[in-house]
Design a protein around this ligand. Structure first.
Ligand code: SF4
Length: 146
């Protein structure tokens, strides 16, 4: 509960900062649990080896990444996520995760501007999680220069 409130407050403050970056400076960061269990594709840091079959949210991520020309990385854990965020070209982040991971990640990369989008856990935590592509798209759009 505290983590969810923290993420909401962070998002409000980040939006008030009116951060606007170019697509090449924006990272969409997502967790590996978004990939469907049993999918035969091996997705590395970038998710290009996804076949966009539509059976999990990675299809939507690819579409959003290519629609806006932003970076998109899939992290196995906090350490890997931090490494992606610390790339010098990254100036702002839209992160998708559970509330606890989001809260920890936002604190870890402060003062990097981060908009957090909660994932959907209809199958329980850390397994076949889902995204609301409309929320992700809106968060990305809000951080990009016109
Ligand atoms: S969209 Fe299909 S190919 Fe891509 S990661 Fe999900 S299940 Fe695998």
């Amino acid at each position: 509960m505290f983590s969810r409130l923290f993420v909401s407050l962070n998002n409000l403050l980040t939006r008030l900062r009116r951060i606007k970056v170019s697509p090449e400076n924006l990272l969409l960061l997502v967790p590996r649990c978004l990939q469907r269990t049993g999918c035969a594709q091996t997705l590395g840091e970038i998710i290009d080896d996804c076949n966009a079959c539509g059976q999990c949210g990675v299809t939507d991520l690819l579409a959003i990444r290519d629609e806006f020309g932003i970076h998109c990385s899939m992290a196995a854990g906090g350490r890997e996520a931090l490494a992606f965020v610390r790339d010098p070209k990254i100036k702002a982040v839209v992160a998708v995760a559970c509330e606890k991971e989001l809260a920890q990640g936002i604190l870890a990369v402060f003062p990097m501007p981060v908009l957090g989008v909660l994932n959907i856990q209809t199958n329980g935590p850390c397994r076949n999680t889902q995204i609301n592509p409309d929320l992700v798209r809106e968060a990305v759009r809000s951080m990009l220069k016109d």
